[in-house]
Every structure is written in structure tokens, then in C-alpha cells.
Design a protein around this ligand. Structure first.
Ligand code: GTP
Ligand code: MG
Length: 223
């Protein structure tokens, strides 16, 4: 399990270069949540390392990877937390919700059960995170279209109801992986521009001002 710090102690999986890199304009903490085996870890490995394995090693507790991206000439360091979907780790994983600016809520398009749980995951976000945290609902395993149990329209409707972004994706075939993260970063940026005082110092050292900590003057993040 990784430590709560962002400097990479404990069982850390990000490349040391990225983790230690202090040369960034903004840092965003993102969390990936959803039922066990929907593909959260695979999705993160595809995004951060461009790798995929069909072996299933269920995540124990929580872990993270770091990736720095460029959005409109700004270096944005993403600290992406990968949570265990198994119920028994719920107390540990929900403790990490509060610092997250964005959530990637994942289900598996071939598992109605994982989709039925989305509402509960949304309630967890509402309970444990900042009010203004942004959420992308992601139906993973799009490559298994022949085994689909969750119609696209049902998921799109639920995402609209909940006020979430919506994507279908495949970690295996690398479909919509980068797009999901970039969209999430963009909407987090948009929200900051609306509601945060623009305390880039707080964000830059990874502590991150709460998104609902509003101030009359906003300098925005210019992402
Ligand atoms: P927990 O850590 O237990 O919460 O599970 P997880 O959500 O992290 O699932 P994980 O990424 O470990 O993937 C579970 C299984 O689904 C593995 O066997 C993966 O290879 C497989 N898998 C993940 N993404 C895809 C995908 O896009 N397509 C297909 N076909 N299989 C996938
Ligand atoms: Mg996992």
C-alpha cells in the first residue's frame, strides 16, 4: 500500500523521475473507484505505462502513480490513486476521497452488477469528498462488445442524472483512456477557474485548496 504522502514512499509504482519531479505548474489528485475487477488498475497502467496484462491481481488497499501532462502550455502533475474495489478495503479507500479533485468512477460494460453499484459509489463520493469534485463515469472493457450487459443509453442517462461526464473505454485496446483523463483534468480546471482563489502555491505543493474554498477573486488555473 502506498503512503498518503506524494513523495513516493512505501510500495510505490510510479517512475521515480515523475514522482520526484518538482517542475510543474499544478498538481491534481485524481481517484479511480468502482467494483473489483472492472479494470481500474489496468486503466491506470495503460495510461501511465502504456501496458496491459490479462492477469488479474486484485489491488490491496490503495496505490498511486504519478504522470505529468501538458495542457495549454502548463505542466500538470497528476497524482492518480488506484483504489481496491473489494468491500473489505472500503474504510481505507474512502479516507483518501477528501483530497481528490476528480474521480474516475468505473464499471464494466459486461457486468450489470458493476453498473448497479454506480449509484452507491456516487453516494460515497458525495459523502466523503469535496462538493466540487468532478466525476467521469467510465464503462470499461468496450472491446468485449459481444458480452455487453449494460446498454450505452442507460449509462449515459445515469451519468446525465448524476451530473457526471460519460465515456466507454477499453484499457485492453487503449480506447478513450487518455481522453478520459484529459477531460477530467479539463473539467477540474474549469471548476477551479469558477470557484478557487487561484492559490497556485497550495496546489503546487500537492496539498491543494479545497475546491469549495471559494474566494471572490479567482486567478484561475489557465489550463
Ligand atoms: P480491484 O483491484 O480488485 O478493485 O480490480 P480492478 O478494478 O483494479 O481490476 P483490474 O484492473 O485488476 O482488472 C481485472 C481484470 O479485467 C484483469 O484480468 C484485466 O486484465 C481485465 N481487464 C481490465 N481492463 C480490461 C479491458 O479493457 N478489456 C478486457 N477485455 N479486460 C480487461
Ligand atoms: Mg486494482
Amino acid at each position: 500500500m502506498a503512503s498518503a504522502g506524494d513523495s513516493g514512499t512505501g510500495q510505490v509504482t510510479q517512475t521515480q523521475g515523475d514522482a520526484a519531479d518538482q517542475n510543474f505548474d499544478y498538481m491534481f489528485k485524481l481517484l479511480i473507484i468502482g467494483n473489483s475487477s472492472v479494470g481500474k488498475t489496468s486503466f491506470l497502467f495503460r495510461y501511465a505505462d502504456d501496458s496491459f496484462t490479462s492477469a488479474f491481481v486484485s489491488t490491496v488497499g490503495i496505490d498511486f502513480k504519478v504522470k505529468t501532462i501538458y495542457r495549454n502550455n502548463k505542466r500538470v502533475k497528476l497524482q492518480i490513486w488506484d483504489t481496491a474495489g473489494q468491500e473489505r478495503y472500503r474504510t481505507i479507500t474512502t479516507a483518501y476521497y477528501r483530497g481528490a479533485m476528480g474521480f474516475l468512477l468505473m464499471y464494466d460494460i459486461t457486468s450489470q452488477e458493476s453498473f448497479s453499484a454506480v449509484q452507491d459509489w456516487a453516494t460515497q463520493i458525495k459523502t466523503y469528498s469535496w462538493d466540487n469534485a468532478q466525476v467521469a463515469l467510465v464503462g470499461n472493457k468496450l472491446d468485449l462488445e459481444e458480452d455487453r450487459q449494460v446498454p450505452t443509453q442507460d449509462a449515459q442517462r445515469l451519468a446525465t442524472e448524476l451530473g457526471f461526464q460519460f465515456f466507454e473505454a477499453s484499457a485492453k485496446d487503449n480506447v478513450n483512456v487518455k481522453q478520459v483523463f484529459e477531460r477530467l483534468v479539463d473539467i477540474v480546471c474549469d471548476k477551479m477557474n469558477e470557484s478557487v482563489s487561484g492559490d497556485a502555491g497550495a496546489l503546487a505543493n500537492g496539498k491543494g485548496a479545497g475546491l469549495k474554498d471559494t474566494s471572490p477573486k479567482s486567478t484561475g488555473c489557465a489550463c
